[in-house]
Write a protein that binds this ligand. Sequence first.
Ligand code: GAR
Length: 210
Amino acid sequence: AARIAVLVSGRGSNLQALIDAQANGRLPGRIVVVGSNKPDCAALDRATAAGIDTFALRQRDFADREAMDAALDAELRRHSPGLVVLAGFMRILSPTMVAGWPGRMLNIHPSLLPKYPGLDTHARALAAGDSEHGASVHYVIPELDAGPVIAQVRIPVLAGDTPDALAQRLLLREHALMVAAIALVAAGDVQLTPAGIQFSGATLAAPLRL
Ligand code: GAR
């Protein structure tokens, strides 16, 4: 089974979905460590409650971003993960660090990428008058939120939606998306190659709809 490391910064509801999937036998892998850039975040408590090793690093303890990323990378590598999953990890990793995990680092982002990389995705979808919103699981490349997209979930925008209402409705679907996409990668059914994402022997022409 794949050894999975998860990086988190906040609430940790996506991490919890992965923990629950593992407990239910729906994750063909094992979460071996959870790391954070926020020592007090709720996500770390969820990992501890599940008996998973954790670590936390703070930027203020390092001279610069590269130094912290090097330490983060070293902590991850102590656990020899095959996959690194960014689940609500709100720090932009340096290109050097990202380059060390080619095809092995995944992120969940709350928009229908390539729409709305970065922050405030729900408010931006509403401001644009979009009729659909969603979330994406993608491979991480040095350019922010720009890596190949494995899978997406779509939800309708409803009349009267606020950013919070939209975010909450989407979150429930994000969890299922996250588990399904990570399961595909952990099982080896999805792989990133120079030709693009391979899914069951063929190049993926468009993100899977989960
Ligand atoms: C999720 O909505 C995730 O998609 C988003 O942060 C939230 C984390 O929630 N991620 C990003 O915005 C990444 N740039 P969680 O801590 O409850 O999983």
